[in-house]
Design a protein around this ligand. Structure first.
Ligand code: C5P
Length: 207
């Protein structure tokens, strides 16, 4: 089974407001389609998205990072590979206001707490033979590969897919694969093709 986290997470501030990011969920669903096409059973834990998931994959819908973490971790032991493609919202409000925060003509000070690192927590439960893949989206182009290598080691992953923020609003992505001791720069191309390359790499690592 290949387990994929996908899409953004949404962190409520009050009953009508939330923090999130510009992730569409397109990359996660492209990975799910590629993994399915490789013959694997696929489970996607998806944050809120209007995209349609590929046929034949199980989709577990979640809203917040804490929900995503719970649904990912309860399936890690059964996964051969885990791909963290979700753009997890990194902070959340520690308490959600019970009622809509009233507008008032002054600054609003929000206290946010960090969300847990889902793919890192998943990889910490690693069993022999499992493969863990993360993404690394950076806006500092020059440092992207350094950050990606740091994530590879810091999160205990086997592969990191590094990309720029231009991928967020697009169905194309320019990615660099960063493995243990190697990098492979890919040209800008549709997410579906990058997904097939990533899944082929996962299959190679599993073998
Ligand atoms: O550290 P950074 O957020 O850049 O790492 C990105 C990678 O880590 C992605 O694979 C993303 O899905 C995963 N991640 C996670 N939980 C978080 C933050 C990131 O699983 N709270």
């Amino acid at each position: 089974m290949i387990l994929i986290s996908s899409g953004p997470t949404r962190e409520p501030l009050d009953p009508v407001r939330f923090l999130t990011n510009a992730s569409s969920g397109a990359m996660g669903f492209a990975l799910a389609a590629a993994a399915k096409a490789s013959g694997a059973r696929v489970v996607v834990v998806s944050g809120p998205t209007h995209r349609t998931p590929p046929a034949g994959v199980a989709v577990v819908r979640v809203t917040t990072a804490l929900e995503m973490r719970r649904e990912v971790l309860r399936r890690v032991a059964r996964a051969h590979a885990v791909i963290g493609a979700a753009a997890v919202t990194d902070w959340r409000a520690p308490r959600v206001a019970a009622h809509k925060i009233k507008r008032y003509p002054a600054s609003l000070r929000l206290t946010l707490v960090p969300n847990p690192d889902i793919i890192k927590d998943a990889a910490a439960r690693r069993r022999p033979g499992q493969v863990f893949v993360g993404f690394a989206l950076e806006t500092r182009r020059a440092a992207t590969l350094d950050y990606a290598r740091a994530k590879l080691v810091g999160k205990g992953l086997d592969l990191v897919v590094a990309n720029g923020s231009d991928a967020l609003a697009s169905d194309r992505i320019r990615a660099t694969l960063v493995g243990r001791g190697w990098t492979r720069r890919l040209p800008s191309q549709p997410k579906s093709r990058v997904a097939r390359i990533v899944v082929a790499e996962v299959v190679r690592l599993l073998a």
